[in-house]
Design a protein around this ligand. Structure first.
Ligand SMILES: *Cc1c(COP(=O)(O)O)cnc(C)c1O
Length: 369
């Protein structure tokens, strides 16, 4: 059996270990928030935003932000049918209704035209998820937000390193949410970040994130609202600080891997890979191949061929509306059909060229059969 090629694995060096060890040994008492504050400061600087609040997950950051926007019973939130469940679960937890719309065939991100058509008087937000590092059409989405007075939320969990006409993914909407899960470009094991440039929203989320205790509340143990407990620990933040010191290297390697695949596969007709249109930088979180329908290549065949070579290749997200807890929206044609002929390729920081060549070989063989 050939050696296994994992699809993702974090890059942990002596620096992460040193900081985490220091936090575990010394990060208590007066120092118990030191790495958290450092991590938030480093992240804000990287993203060029005013406010950042570290959280236990991206799901938590989204939940806090949507709760702070007042989204609740009877409200509607528009999002792409192609999404991870984490993007929609806070909508459901808040008793609001998710409205699933189709993605664009080239970016695999929400179709602004479909988003506009789905707007009603009950729409309270549009979520822009930058899928696999690909960027949403923020110009059009933000224009929709302006026109209808609806906040645009960025789920930038997969978009560290992605830049849209000079602005980092996650820094353009009403708020942005990030994930530091072990599979993501920057990791703390589990973790997330809420970011915004809106001072009022920041204060609301800060209060909600601390069990409803406002920071100017002088009475001890006195919550002013029922909030949430989605905090990051100082030990996790210590790892995050180390990752932020290495962020240029982490981002550059992701792009190098995507570009390697792109170059090696460029002479094959009938494959699309993560696009990088003019004016945009793709953070390249997950190199993804979508095969033209005429190739006849299917997800099932790809999965089985990769498995045979002991390579982890992941399926493209299922349409959320196909899941049992939602009603199917089959007219979301791209969301429903692209996954049937697509695959995510391994892309962890330390992957070797020889391993990527093994991956490419499997793809090439699909065309020689
Ligand atoms: C990973 C991911 C999340 C969830 O992140 P957690 O930190 O696990 O909550 C949300 N949205 C997208 C698009 C993701 O890829």
């Amino acid at each position: 059996m050939k050696s296994r090629i994992l699809y993702t694995k974090p890059s942990i060096t002596e620096l992460e270990i040193r900081y985490a060890t220091d936090a575990a040994a010394n990060g208590w008492g007066d120092q118990c928030y030191d790495y958290i504050h450092r991590f938030e400061a480093a992240f804000k600087k990287h993203l060029n935003v005013e406010y950042a609040i570290s959280t236990s997950s991206c799901t938590g950051a989204l939940h806090l932000g949507m709760a702070a926007l007042g989204i609740g019973q009877g409200d509607e939130v528009i999002l792409a049918d192609t999404n991870w469940i984490a993007t929609v679960s806070p909508v459901v937890h808040l008793a609001a209704k998710p409205v699933f719309v189709d993605i664009l065939a080239d970016s695999w991100c929400i179709d602004p035209e479909k988003a506009e058509a789905a707007i009603t008087s009950r729409t309270k937000a549009i979520i822009a998820t930058h899928l696999y590092g690909n960027l949403c059409d923020m110009t059009r989405l933000l224009a929709l937000g302006e026109k209808y007075g609806i906040p645009v939320i960025e789920d930038a969990a997969e978009a560290i390193g992605s830049v849209y006409h000079g602005k980092r993914a996650g820094s353009m909407g009403k708020f942005g949410a990030f994930s530091f899960h072990g599979t993501k470009t920057v990791t703390t094991g589990e973790g997330g970040m809420f970011v915004t440039n809106d001072p009022e929203l920041f204060e609301k989320v800060l209060t909600l994130s601390n069990h409803g205790r406002a920071r100017n509340q002088t009475k001890q143990f006195w919550p002013d609202a029922v909030g949430f407990k989605y905090k990051m620990s100082n030990v996790q933040a210590a790892m995050g600080c180390a990752q932020m010191e290495r962020i240029e290297e982490l981002m550059a390697r992701k792009r190098e891997i995507l570009n390697f695949y792109r170059t090696e596969l460029s002479n094959i007709e009938g494959i699309a890979i993560n696009p990088e249109p003019q004016g945009m930088i793709n953070g390249a979180w997950m190199p993804t191949l979508v095969f033209d329908a005429h190739t006849g290549i299917t997800r099932e065949r790809l999965q089985s061929e990769f498995k045979g070579e002991n390579i982890d290749a992941r399926v493209f997200f299922w349409p959320l509306s196909k899941l049992n807890m939602f009603s199917p929206v089959r007219e979301n044609f791209n969301s429903w059909t692209i996954p049937e002929r697509a695959i995510n390729l391994p892309s962890y920081h330390d992957i070797e060229s020889a391993e990527m060549i093994r991956v490419i070989q499997v793809v090439r063989e699909q065309f020689s059969e």
